[in-house]
Design a protein around this ligand. Structure first.
Ligand SMILES: [Zn+2]
Length: 359
């Protein structure tokens, strides 16, 4: 055994609860610990050790003998290390190797991390799952009613240009897009560069954004984008995401009634400001490309629309550019699609003439 020759300083108590102690020398021997008292080495075989514990990182307390135990306290870390090294096979030493304090800290930390993980799981997995489920199973009729409530609430403060709205609807009809939605468009007189979709089939376009466009292809790109948000149910998803958990749960478990629909209508103001996630914007872009391909309309309308408004900043940023992906990234995506899937382009004079009426 190594370390037999090393002698350490320690404090000996004849009763482990006693306040007074004697200074003694201690060392290890082949079967345990020895302490020197009255010029004599007294042996404590490891088998007689009742318990051992460490504290303040360096100190070790050894209780031994019969109750009330005698005890030895050594404040030299090397001694504790030697015990751990040489008497590993004893249970009292094995218990010493597991520091109860750090075990407790680990336990507290584990519980804390578990709850953080649980909250993250609910937030990132359970809630989106519930929202997806609700969106997928949401009856179209209710979606339309919600849309109606939101639309009416949103239009209270807006000035609708009925003449331009009629032209805009004619323009949209020329795109011959078939869906379960009866899409209605309104042109609002407002000095704001925006357009947005409302679930159930409304597309609101501010006249200012049309004034700033240069071609009917750009308007097709804008309408195809907002239309995609509706038919892909992105706008309905946004409504669900914005709802308070209470309203969402009520609707999921109790179904949909006039009360919950009215509640949604009240949130219209908030819903208008909503942005879509990067993923949903990309899906809407891709769907716009498919629509333009089907109509043989120049898909450069999408990129020139983005180019035209990409430098707009602050609250004026139109919905179709307000998501996380940088406009340039989305422009590159569309350019990539144009290169990969080229298609013949034809002129649409009727769309052009409607567009000129809207300018
Ligand atoms: Zn969008």
């Amino acid at each position: 055994m190594s370390g037999l020759e090393t002698i350490y300083k320690a404090e000996y108590k004849s009763n482990y609860r006693a306040k007074s102690y004697e200074d003694v020398s201690i060392r290890l021997y082949s079967l345990g610990i020895e302490y020197r008292k009255d010029n004599q080495w007294i042996s404590i075989p490891m088998n007689d050790v009742v318990s051992m514990h460490t504290y303040k990182e360096t100190n070790i307390v050894i209780n031994f003998g019969n109750y009330p135990y005698q005890s030895i306290t050594c404040r030299q870390i090397e001694f504790a290390n030697e015990i751990k090294r040489n008497f590993k096979e004893y249970k009292v030493v094995q218990q010493l190797l597991v520091n109860p304090k750090s075990t407790f800290r680990k336990l507290v930390l584990s519980i804390f991390l578990f709850f953080i993980a649980l909250i993250a799981l609910i937030y990132y997995v359970v809630i989106p799952w519930a929202v997806n489920k609700a969106v997928d199973n949401f009856p179209l009729q209710y979606e339309k009613e919600i849309g109606q409530a939101i639309f009416e609430s949103a239009m209270q403060k807006e000035q609708i240009d009925s003449g331009k709205s009629r032209v805009l609807n004619n323009f949209f009809k020329e795109l011959h897009l078939k869906s379960d939605y009866n899409i209605k468009l309104v042109c609002v007189k407002k000095n704001e560069l925006n357009a947005y979709a409302i679930p159930g089939g409304y597309i609101v376009v501010y006249d200012e954004i049309i004034k700033n466009m240069n071609s009917y292809e750009e308007l097709v790109a804008l309408l195809a984008h907002e239309y995609s948000h509706i038919i892909l149910k992105h706008s309905l998803r946004n409504v669900f995401n914005t709802l308070s958990v209470r309203v969402a749960l009520t609707m999921i478990f109790n179904g949909f009634d006039q009360g919950s629909i009215a509640m949604l209508g009240n949130g219209a103001e908030q819903l208008r400001q909503l942005h879509y996630s990067r993923k949903l914007e990309q899906k809407a872009d891709e769907n716009s490309f498919i629509i333009m391909k089907g109509l043989q309309i120049n898909p450069r309308g999408i990129t020139s629309l983005f180019e035209r408004f990409k430098s707009v900043e602050g609250a004026q940023v139109p919905e179709f550019l307000s998501s996380h992906p940088l406009p340039q990234e989305r422009i590159d995506n569309i350019n990539h699609k144009i290169e990969k899937e080229p298609f013949p382009v034809v002129e649409h004079p009727l769309l052009d003439s409607y567009f000129m009426m809207l300018k």
